[in-house]
Design a protein around this ligand. Sequence first.
Ligand code: GLP
Length: 245
Amino acid sequence: MIDKNSPLPIYYQIQEWIRKKMDDGEWEPGDMLPSERIFAEQFNISRMTVRQAITELVNEGLLRREKGKGTFVAEKKLEQPLQGLTSFTEDMKARGFQPGNKLYEFRVTPPSRDVADALNMKKTDSVYELERVRLADNKPMALEMTSIHAGVVTNLSKDIAQSSLYNYIEQTLGLTIGHASQTLESALAGEKEAELLQIEAGDPILWISRKTHLQDGTPFEYVRSAYRGDRYKFSIHLPRSTRRH
Ligand code: GLP
């Protein structure tokens, strides 16, 4: 398995050995790896070399370390297409996950200046402010801070906020959601994101801001979502335009 005469560095050979165990399904997400000491004894190499191999796989996101517990095979990342205006609930159901919500904040207030600008609101209008942790099979995937124009999306309640907003807007209110624009920014989790998403402060997250309009152009929501960097990768289809300069 480990060839000490090979020109390939030993840490690299260990890494490939671990990778193969995961590819073959012998080690599955959530499984704990043997300790560095056991690895070192098994392959008759130093613990430093084992650590180097593991650290690189942790950095790649294939393994994760838990303080005081050990090293585990990481969950597979979920691939989220960036085109297509879908809801969290729809996205999770399409993948066979049970969508869930933890509602941390629900209030009605006048809009902040940013929200008023984004949603074309007057200072005297009201906005629903929601803070939700979105769950897949009970595991936190994203934190969402949502502002909803209360004059457009009426009679929102805590109950509705704990299920699908888009479903309420379309099925109950009979409105048609038309289009949205989004921006993406990478960041590191602060204390608050870390606690709510059950990750460590300093772990990578991706902020996605979305402004959504009804079909007639009326903007109704402005959302900032923090997605866990270890659970998501985003994909996009890029057709090459035929009209080029
Ligand atoms: C995604 C979007 C949000 C949107 C939400 C609606 O998570 N990033 O902008 O508010 O879907 O999801 P649901 O209908 O499940 O509440």
